[in-house]
Design a protein around this ligand. Structure first.
Ligand SMILES: Nc1ncnc2c1ncn2[C@@H]1O[C@H](COP(=O)(O)OP(=O)(O)OP(=O)(O)O)[C@@H](O)[C@H]1O
Length: 225
């Protein structure tokens, strides 16, 4: 399993309710999963925990066979470099690097830079004309696409995406999701994507809804968890 979450609990306020009360699910290599749920239900919290950007209150998260809840901050940073790709709402592009270098950056850190693959992604995601531009000269939607291409270029085992097409118009969003799904299939990357769009969620293999701190499956083709 690329991801195995077992009885995950997250409580921010020791005296308050847990945001995540008991979350368990697994993802195999290359699987695509939509994480849905109302605003404030804990979707971003879950992604941050899987990325090792925050600590769990209880439970386990195995990423590619390693329980990350016991790792040091340095080991978590190494996991983010090599195993996991992130497309979060802050794009975290490097302002002093061109679009082309931003796209290559993560892949270089992971030791998997492949110029042909990066060029293919830049072209398919519609950034070819902007390769020598700097992030500040791009629109929000273009910056979002750079962040997506950067994550895909590194061929991660697990890609965590928090509303990755939220800044894009419907046609561009559909095209970008298509590219993400195609690239993930090609590199056997598991894709865990938070989305508020039922239309986008329907294009993923599985759908989970987070509500009141637990997940439930949804849709006729769901695998029971
Ligand atoms: N760092 C934090 N400290 C304290 N509370 C937090 C923190 N981060 C999130 N929360 C709380 O946890 C709950 C879940 O927030 P989260 O951002 O995970 O929800 P979400 O489902 O991603 O929402 P949205 O769809 O609006 O992005 C909210 O009540 C939020 O206020």
């Amino acid at each position: 399993m690329v991801l195995k979450i077992t009885h995950l609990v997250k409580r921010y306020d020791p005296a308050g309710d847990a945001v995540l009360r008991d979350v368990s699910f697994e993802m195999a290599a290359g699987e695509t999963l939509a994480l849905e749920g109302e605003s404030g239900s804990g979707k971003s919290t879950l992604l941050h925990l899987v990325a090792g950007l925050d600590r769990v209150t209880a439970g386990q998260i195995e990423v590619d066979g390693t329980d990350i809840t016991t790792l040091s901050d340095a080991a978590l940073a190494q996991m983010r470099r090599v195993v996991v790709g992130l497309v979060f709402q802050q794009f975290n592009l490097i302002p002093s690097l061109t679009v082309q270098s931003n796209i290559a950056f993560q892949a270089r850190l992971a030791g998997r830079h492949d110029a042909d693959w990066a060029a293919h992604l830049a072209q398919t995601i519609g950034l070819e004309a902007h390769l020598s531009s700097y992030p500040e000269t791009l629109s929000g939607g273009q910056q979002q696409r750079v962040a997506i291409a950067r994550a895909l270029a590194a061929k991660p085992r697990l890609l965590l995406a928090d509303e990755p097409t939220g800044n894009l118009d419907e046609t561009t969003a559909d095209a970008v999701l298509h590219l993400m799904l195609e690239s993930a299939a090609e590199t056997e990357t598991a894709l865990l994507m938070v989305t508020h769009s039922p239309r986008q969620a329907a294009r993923m293999q599985r759908r989970l809804t987070l509500s009141h701190g637990v997940v439930s499956t949804r849709g006729p083709s769901e695998v029971a968890i």
